[in-house]
Design a protein around this ligand. Structure first.
Ligand code: HEM
Ligand code: HEM
Length: 184
């Protein structure tokens, strides 16, 4: 299927999409490693997880601003109504999670009275929520559960993109790439 150039996302949207996608996957691997290394190394992996998580929050806020100024190209007309609904709802859920997960992490850390060390460049201060490690622990539990749900949704998103591109042959993947698939 050959689509017109107007079916592609803006270059800015592509850069944000792939940068954040890679960062989310790296952040998941960082926390997974933290669970499997010696106790002495645990903090190093978790500090990187926290700093990258806050970086994802900042990138997502910029991305949402960019998205408001650059609407998404219309979906291909061959999409069934349910596919349209599922794709768009999943995208909205991703934006919510990309903000809620790191905000929740920051909030939980704050309940321990800690800020987030941004790779030694500066420290993001703790939110003024008081000292309550019990509450921090509960929020981290929710954070972990929600993050795992997000990973499954990412799997669904990837399967959807691949199904459209290689099964339906409607060029979906190329909408998020600066080359290939489309004419113009
Ligand atoms: C978009 C950004 C983030 C993503 C995708 C993310 C993802 C995850 C994932 C997948 C886990 C593992 C859950 C499990 O144990 O199975 C986790 C745990 C954790 N995250 Fe995040 N996270 C993000 C941001 C943050 C931030 C900003 C902080 C703190 C400032 C943070 C602190 C933690 C901590 C302390 C845990 C361990 C919780 C526990 O095992 O009880 N995360 N996160
Ligand atoms: C890993 C984390 C990922 C997240 C959080 C994510 C999130 C998103 C979001 C929010 C959108 C909607 C863009 C908008 O309309 O504003 C989107 C679109 C898209 N994503 Fe991902 N994505 C991820 C990974 C991937 C991967 C690995 C692929 C490739 C298989 C992919 C392929 C696409 C494509 C093709 C679109 C355009 C869909 C359309 O035609 O409207 N994404 N993604």
């Amino acid at each position: 299927m050959i689509l017109s150039g107007r079916s592609r996302y803006s270059l800015g949207a592509m850069i944000f999409h792939w940068l954040i996608a890679i960062a989310v996957i790296v952040n998941w691997r960082l926390v997974e490693n933290a669970h499997h290394v010696a106790k002495a190394d645990h903090d190093w992996w978790m500090n990187n997880h926290k700093a990258l998580g806050i970086t994802i929050l900042a990138l997502t806020l910029l991305r949402v601003a960019w998205r408001l100024a650059h609407p998404a190209p219309p979906l291909h007309s061959s999409y069934a109504a349910w596919e349209r609904m599922l794709a768009r709802s999943l995208h909205v859920v991703f934006y919510i999670l990309l903000i809620a997960l790191p905000l929740g992490g920051w909030l939980a850390t704050s309940f321990y009275g800690q800020g987030v060390n941004m790779w030694g460049l500066f420290t993001l201060p703790a939110l003024p929520v008081g000292h309550n490690p019990g509450m921090g622990k509960e929020i981290f539990d929710v954070h972990g559960t929600v993050a795992n749900i997000m990973l499954w949704l990412i799997g669904l998103h990837i399967l959807g993109a691949l199904k459209h591109t290689f099964w339906d042959k409607d060029g979906t993947l190329y909408r998020m790439l600066p080359f290939g698939g489309l004419k113009g």
